[in-house]
Design a protein around this ligand. Structure first.
Ligand SMILES: [Zn+2]
Length: 162
């Protein structure tokens, strides 16, 4: 009996695969071309048959994915193994500034009842969110995750535009 879970198919121009960008469209061969296109987000890809790699050609720097036989593995993620030291730096980057602000607000509390009494809380929250945003942006850049492309496609799909 065939085990469908482990059934692997090679990456060829004849096949149909789930789009690695929008993750809901299908990519298949473009007529008379050595290229694949997604029917939903319309991005163009080429295949390296030998290495079983899919390359997105309409974006610079281009993104690549390796076909494992049943799913995509982002090639651009390959050499970016985050060690715990990076996580520690990231965590302190997000937590240290707001805790400093919170601490100063705690040591020198504003006059209670005044309009400024919520200021330390707002400032702490804002600095936490901003540092978190910077971190997420850095991670998206490092991993080359197509954030904008992803949301653009999801948006289009939601409102049925094309
Ligand atoms: Zn797509």
């Amino acid at each position: 009996m065939l085990n469908h879970q482990n059934h692997k198919t090679p990456l060829t121009y004849e096949g149909t695969y789930l789009c690695p960008i929008c993750r809901c469209g299908q990519i298949h061969n473009l007529t008379l071309m050595e290229a694949m296109g997604c029917d939903l987000c319309h991005h163009i890809f080429t295949i390296n048959l030998e290495k079983q790699i899919l390359k997105m050609v309409d974006r610079e720097p281009s993104l690549t994915w390796r076909w494992t036989g049943n799913t995509w593995k982002g090639e651009h993620l390959g050499n970016l193994e985050l060690s715990w030291i990076y996580w520690l730096i990231a965590l302190s980057f997000v937590l240290f500034p707001p805790s400093l602000i919170a601490l100063s607000g705690f040591i020198f509390p504003p006059v209670s009842g005044s309009a400024w009494s919520v200021f330390p809380l707002i400032w702490t929250t804002l600095s936490f969110l901003l540092h978190l945003l910077i971190l997420l942006w850095l991670m998206a850049e490092a991993y080359q995750f197509p954030v904008i492309l992803f949301f653009k496609t999801q948006f289009r799909r939601l409102f049925n535009l094309s």
